[in-house]
Design a protein around this ligand. Sequence first.
Ligand SMILES: [Zn+2]
Length: 397
Amino acid sequence: MEMLERFKKYIAFDTVSDDNSLTYPSTKSQCEFADLLFSDLVSLGVKDVIKDENSIVYARVNIGKEKTLGLIAHMDTAPTIAGGIKNPKLIEKYDGSDIKLNETYTMSPNDFPALKEVIGDDLLVTDGEHLLGGDDKAGVTIIFEFLIYFLNHKDEFNYNLAIAFTADEEIGRGASKFDVNKMKADIAYTIDGGSIYEANFENFNAASAKVRIEGVGVHPGDAKGIMINSVLLGIEFNSLLPQDMIPSKTEDYQGFFHLDSFKGDVENTTLEYILRDHDKKLLEDKKGMMLGAKEQLLKKYPKAKIEVEIKDEYRNMYDYFINHMEAIELINKAYINSKTPIVYKPIRGGTDGATITYMGLPCPNLGTGDFNPHGRFEFVSLTQMKKMVEILIQLFK
Ligand SMILES: [Zn+2]
């Protein structure tokens, strides 16, 4: 089966995940897709395949080497617009012009600069009504293409191969049921999204902060010198934080405070923040600034009650890799040997790979050639997908 044919088969299968579901995986379609991948692995002749009770699929090809490298992709697609696209459009040797998706939607390189990076490539685009599902069916397809090569050229490789297809990544539960003991790899890579000329082994350190303010409520007519309006204190609290450290004013390695929710009345107000920074120390500083703002307000309004509850969420995997660079050195070697340039970009968010890394399996991310994910303007460069297969071949040598 050709790569394009396989990719079209997988994206035609709607595997949207559902944030409101309490089951794992969150949707039945992911279990059915896991069955499909399971039987596709078996039909290629892979003997060691399991689909576990969480519908995560693990496969291994042992070629008698000491070490094992793992490849991971997620089966679900984002719950944004409809998935399961049946009629994606192939654009051969893209010339850089506007792409008409349907009567209503046109995708232009002026609005989507990623298109300028793929001029000359073969692309697959949507029908304007569905997302493409390349996030992460492109990763699934790349892994299959590599597997086929691996099975036919076992004597070329220095590592055993382990594969996992996970569920519910898009709703933040992707790694929650992942089992490193079933994967049995020394190093793994998520193959998930973005340009293949970029890889990631850094993500945010993350914390959340809930600020509860209790004021003093009385009749506004008799309030002079008595009322403490907790809503106004909430506004003042936020004004004590650095006003430029917010998502809309930061990029690259700049961290932020994000006021995610603000609810209240005179007596009770709650502000919910997320705090993010790649640098552990700078995240601690941000926590300190929250507590400092609280102290400052309490000094000014001793009759108010203010609580700041801070919780750590996830960690930057970089802190792990700084002492375990082998996973990154293998990427460097693979890119050099396939004569492909690579830059490392910090992820401004979390990643399943970070969670898996702290489970004891180092897990950086590699790209797939999928762009503008989670919507109708998603597209893949089939040329980049093919190139990624070549890079994986070098990775395992
Ligand atoms: Zn993804």
